[in-house]
Design a protein around this ligand. Sequence first.
Ligand code: ADP
Ligand code: ASP
Ligand code: MG
Length: 409
Amino acid sequence: MGIIVQKFGGTSVGSVERILNVANRVIQEKEKGNDVVVVVSAMGKSTDQLVDLANQISAKPSKREMDMLLTTGEQVTISLLAMALLEEGYEAISFTGWQAGIETEERHGNARITNINPDVIKKELTAGKIVVVAGFQGASNTLQITTLGRGGSDTTAVALAAALKADQCDIYTDVTGVYTTDPRYVKGARKLDAISYDEMLELANLGAGVLHPRAVEFAKNYNIPLEVRSSMENERGTIIEEEAKMEENLIVRGIAFEDQVTRVSVLGLPNELTTLSTIFSTLAKHGLNVDIIIQNTTSDNKTTISFSIKTGDLEDTISILEQHKSELKYERIESESGLAKVSIVGSGMVSNPGVAAEMFAVLAEQEIEVKMVSTSEIKVSTVISGEHMVTAVDILHSAFDLSKVTARV
Ligand code: ADP
Ligand code: ASP
Ligand code: MG
């Protein structure tokens, strides 16, 4: 007996039938004698539909009002799930994020959780109730409603598990676990029995949408073992923990990828010590996130700085650079969109030199040009043309033997 946090994503609560299925899963845990807290997402694609509604009214909707709108999605699900549980004869109560004591910074659209006051939830658990909490939302200390970024319900669940000192946190989704790569794109993707926090964090940050990166960060910081598993099937999922019990001696454990990448090059910059810091502090001040950075000096003693960004940030990036042209003293800007980032991740890389070289060789063999590279101890990322993204993932998946991974049944 203990406290269990269960999280169900959009597809898992996408219809009345599925909400009833979720209610059954929750009841099974309650019947084992556990205290159960359930975190849910908005039904199906309803968050996307709300975004679409806003875009029909404004090309750049107010971020505050956007949070006001998007948090309604989760509010629909919590009430319906609580009703389903009540209907089955179980005591249940639903809470919005702020009612559940989730405090965030006042940053609309991508707020970080700053504090959780779990007293309200604890009181209801003590009274024997199943507590249903809206994912993806909180409120600032000035009572502004905020959201945690797309996919943020995972983070709500893990943060609550930490605050409640829960014994278990299960993330129920529409796949049976964390795979070697996204099974929707690569047929040979294999489910992993276990993966370490660090590897999962890299994969999540590099585009593997199965878990919100900040959820993994929380789990690592508070040492909460997570299990990612299917809400439809009963098989065991993937355990994410400190030292994953690896049956297989894999150097690369997973491949992540994302499209909508743009490379921006700023040419003819003065070759000065402060050039890098001036450019990137200017972009950072305007909230623009830059990923891979490459700097080189040209024969005329000028500097070129190239960096990758999300394609959606291109317009803002160019406009900020143009506004600051006189202080940055560059000659011109070039950009290339339609790119993708493909990354291999695995903690075995630390002790195995030559993994990056092998990745480049595999890509070169398929005549896929690598335009940018970045590495850390446990990952290698390459920026390539978007049209080659899925092929690259596929061939790297085979080259690093990921199709041979076998999961326990
Ligand atoms: P939920 O609504 O339950 O939060 P998401 O759509 O956010 O579900 O995450 C599940 C999806 O993540 C899967 O359907 C799959 O397409 C995608 N995905 C990406 N990378 C991986 C991976 N390595 N393993 C499993 N699923 C992945
Ligand atoms: N409903 C939100 C989204 O679609 C949060 C989540 O599902 O985790 O991004
Ligand atoms: Mg998700």
